[in-house]
Design a protein around this ligand. Structure first.
Ligand SMILES: C[S@@+](CC[C@H](N)C(=O)[O-])C[C@H]1O[C@@H](n2cnc3c(N)ncnc32)[C@H](O)[C@@H]1O
Length: 271
């Protein structure tokens, strides 16, 4: 299944980037799930689940009496996710190929979740409305997404500034919003969720983590940067080299995108 709107490389390379992303975001996502609560026996839906890292977390927390469905339109990532679910002995999880904006289900879920998906969609409000229809009365929707304006470095790094400009332009040209983070609470309220709450996480590092992820994300958007004529091959290669050199220096600081976490409940007793 093709996704021409998604600016980041999919498939095996895309899955490996998501593995690193999950190492960076794992602690704050786990803290979020603990704060909101995932009781044993919960039924959970993870839309745009990618390689399934959060779906695995939900499956462990919901336990054997709970169940998780992950939906994504990248078949390669889903194949890897199914294999890894088996390796983790998680039998309460299924992965379905589909476009979440059109995906249908007969069941209502206790918890619906989306991380770093809405930023890529031309109609994020439409998807949050779809998510509300998948949430049972009393159930919760949890969203995590980025504000790309949050990037910073010390000292100044022109390669980083070029990367942020290219990424921003690539996402915007495909109808997405790279700075969607602060809109999440409003999107939940507009879709009819109540008791909306929000937290902010900001990954920054001296070594590894978000520093490496930034370099890998630049490599993974190279195809669209060239396709959109945002840079020549030479400028792109130089920028990748400069960003790696900057990131590998343990005396430099890189801060990534601000990550907004928002959640709300479906309190409609007729749902
Ligand atoms: C940045 S990744 C995040 C993956 C995962 N949520 C995580 O945090 O590790 C975004 C994922 O959304 C998927 N995606 C984008 N648009 C989609 C759509 N309309 N329907 C289903 N999946 C979609 C992509 O294939 C990709 O795997």
């Amino acid at each position: 299944m093709q996704n021409r709107r998604y600016v980041i490389r999919g498939g095996i390379e895309g899955r490996e980037r998501l593995r690193l992303l999950s190492e960076v975001m794992g602690p704050s996502t786990r803290a979020l799930l603990t704060e909101v609560g995932v009781p044993a026996g919960s039924t959970c839906l993870d839309v745009g689940c990618g390689g399934g890292d959060v779906a695995f977390e939900l499956a462990r927390t919901a336990g054997p009496t709970g169940r998780v469905v992950g939906v994504d339109l990248d078949e390669t990532k889903l194949d890897i996710a199914r294999r890894e679910a088996g390796q983790h002995d998680l039998s309460n999880i299924t992965f379905e190929l589909g476009d979440v904006t059109r995906w249908k289900s007969d069941e209502l879920f206790d918890l619906v979740y989306a991380r770093f998906l809405l930023t890529h969609l031309p109609d994020p409000g439409g998807l949050v409305a779809v998510l509300r229809r998948h949430t049972r009365s009393g159930g919760v929707a949890i969203l995590e997404d980025i504000d790309f304006r949050g990037h910073f470095t010390d000292p100044a790094c022109p390669a980083m500034q070029r990367y942020v400009a290219w990424y921003t332009s690539s996402v915007q040209r495909r109808g997405g919003d790279p700075n969607i983070g602060p809109r999440l609470p409003g999107l939940l309220r507009e879709a009819g969720f109540d008791d909306v709450q929000m937290k902010l996480v900001h990954p920054a590092a001296l070594i590894g983590g978000i520093k490496l992820l930034t370099c890998i994300t630049l490599e993974n958007i190279a195809d669209v940067v060239l396709q959109d004529d945002l840079a020549t091959e030479e400028e792109l290669r130089q920028t990748i080299d400069e960003l790696y050199t900057f990131a590998r220096d343990p005396h430099t600081v890189i801060g990534g995108p601000r990550v907004f976490q928002a959640w709300g409940r479906n309190t409609d007793i007729s749902a």
